[in-house]
Design a protein around this ligand. Structure first.
Ligand code: GAR
Length: 208
């Protein structure tokens, strides 16, 4: 059984999708061992507590830099015996210390088709504002392994979602969550826990 930690900063709808998938028996080889929030007020913490998952807060305000926060976070993950780290709406860029401790064992969900609308400063609603301002007709979601390069790690799964006339960033965000993020993230986590993701450089193969 892989021990999974989910890192969150806000509402936690992707965390909820993971909890629900586990409840339906779709992640048989993984257990949610910790939910760690960058803020004590994140609603995601309530979702975790309701599901009986141990919660922790690593508050960005208690550290002078992202690096210091990452070192504390990495120590906590090690203490909890974590095998897989899932970034589910985690809003800080984590530094190399975490990537080196968990090579090809950190999974992020991004609300666009990488390499479009990604990188530093492109998170949450900003991603959808940029996609709409650019005028693209499809966007979507990407689940990928985290590397030292922000949003640049090997891609595991992607799904395209149509942009419709009159879309606002909020409407588009919701459609991408419903049609793509909430499906892709549990699937990727399940594949990881089953040992079915093989990484060769940038290329991720899904084993039968
Ligand atoms: C999600 O759309 C997620 O893809 C995005 O933040 C939202 C969090 O929602 N993540 C990023 O933009 C990371 N670059 P949630 O807290 O309801 O899961």
């Amino acid at each position: 059984m892989k021990r999974i930690a989910v890192l969150v900063s806000g509402g936690g709808t992707n965390l909820q999708a993971l909890i629900d998938a586990k409840g339906r028996g779709e992640i048989p080889n993984g257990v949610f061992a910790a939910v760690i929030s960058s803020s004590p007020d994140a609603y995601a913490l309530t979702r975790a507590a309701n599901a009986g998952i141990p919660t922790f807060v690593v508050n960005r305000r208690d550290y002078s830099s992202n690096r210091e926060m990452t070192v504390a976070l990495t120590a906590l993950l090690r203490e909890q015996g974590i095998d897989l780290v899932v970034l589910a709406g985690f809003m800080y860029i984590l530094t190399d210390e975490l990537v080196q401790a968990y090579p090809n064992a950190i999974i992020n969900v991004h609300p666009a088709l990488i390499p479009s609308f990604c990188g530093a400063g492109c998170y949450g609603l900003h991603v959808h504002e940029k996609a709409l301002a650019y005028g693209v007709k499809v966007s979507g979601a990407t689940v990928h392994f985290v590397s030292e390069d922000c949003d640049g790690g090997p891609i595991i799964l992607q799904k395209a979602v149509e942009i419709l006339p009159g879309d606002t960033p909020e409407v588009l965000q919701r459609r991408i969550m419903e049609q793509a993020e909430w499906k892709l993230l549990p699937r990727a986590v399940s594949l990881f826990c089953d040992g079915k993701l093989q990484v060769d450089g940038r290329i991720v193969s899904i084993l039968d």
